[in-house]
Design a protein around this ligand. Sequence first.
Ligand code: AMP
Length: 395
Amino acid sequence: MSGVFLTLNAGSSSIKFAVFASDGPTTEALLQGNVAGIGSAPAFSAKASSGGAVQNTPFPPLSKDTNHEAVIEMLLPWLETHLDGQPVVAVGHRVVHGGQYFTAPTLVADDVMERLEELAPLAPLHQPHNIAAIRAVAKWHPDTPQIACFDTSFHRSQSRLNEIFALPRELSDQGVIRYGFHGLSYDFIASSLPKHLGDKADGKVIVAHLGNGSSMCAMTDRKSRASTMGFTALDGLMMGQRCGDLDPGVLLYLMQSQGMTPDEIETLLYKKSGLLGVSGVTNDMQILETSDDPNAQEAVDLFCYRAATNLAALIPSIGGLDALVFTAGIGENSALIRAKICAHLTWLGVSLDPAANHEHATVISAADSAIPTLVIPTNEEAIVARACRAHLTNS
Ligand code: AMP
């Protein structure tokens, strides 16, 4: 049956949505938008495929007390009035953690929900919102198939050496391993590489997904071989509010000497660290870049330095580097951050063309750079829409 796919991406402080024609391209949404700033200053925005404003009913008023559940309860009926009477034939969700259970998009059923609940403590900022969105849709359209698309699935091609920690093996056996995240974004970039890199697409490529959450993925054959995020989405690069790599001894010190509770430590690591914690100003890179506060500058410099050291640490997993790709909010839009990261990588043969970088061209490396360096916009929604289509085709 033809109609529309709806994709939902419930993040820590936002809910993104997109509507696709079920028989149309999955790279172009008919309608898409988001409610950002949930918990602080929520704001709704949406645009139609024509690029024009979205007409019909206005979105209900939002206040700082409007939580994720309330936003989704407002969003679904609002969407209904913007579908021109077309049936919703499938709803796809970005779900952050699929653990060891889910290696591919999965039709949601009761046993799947139980697994998602079980994994919620591993992604406390995201998974509960993903689950709430699935439940809200089940209430809205009980008979519509819902497809869960996992950020962890893309990384299940990693070798055991990349997965296990140097901890007693009983813990690895219990699933305390490195999972990796941002898999929908990496999946999209992997599918775009042949267009941009030709023969090199299947070579040794590192993709830097730099946004409020940031990570990197090393690929060969367009499959994940290693990534900077681990058991949770706290590991690896410094992020907007998350700390990234941290000596675990710091946690012991905070508990034993500072008397911090697990909840306080969770808030510190997930919400008060990263660019926000180091700058003391904001987690917003665009603001930090133009700030003359020395703490803001130090936060920006640390972000770039840590990005370069994390990138270098990925290289042994793929035995070299043929191309580097930047994506996501910072990776796609910040010439300064790309330049600062690449300045730490000149020893590798990375050399940017400053004008191309400034213009956010697709290829930003200089003609004589040993490592082609690209900017490719990511599109997680397209991957979720493709999973909806695959489900309907195969069912
Ligand atoms: P994302 O999580 O992928 O939406 O990325 C959000 C991050 O991208 C925020 O830190 C923004 O400040 C940053 N960002 C977006 N546009 C720009 C820009 N033009 N320059 C610098 N940072 C940007």
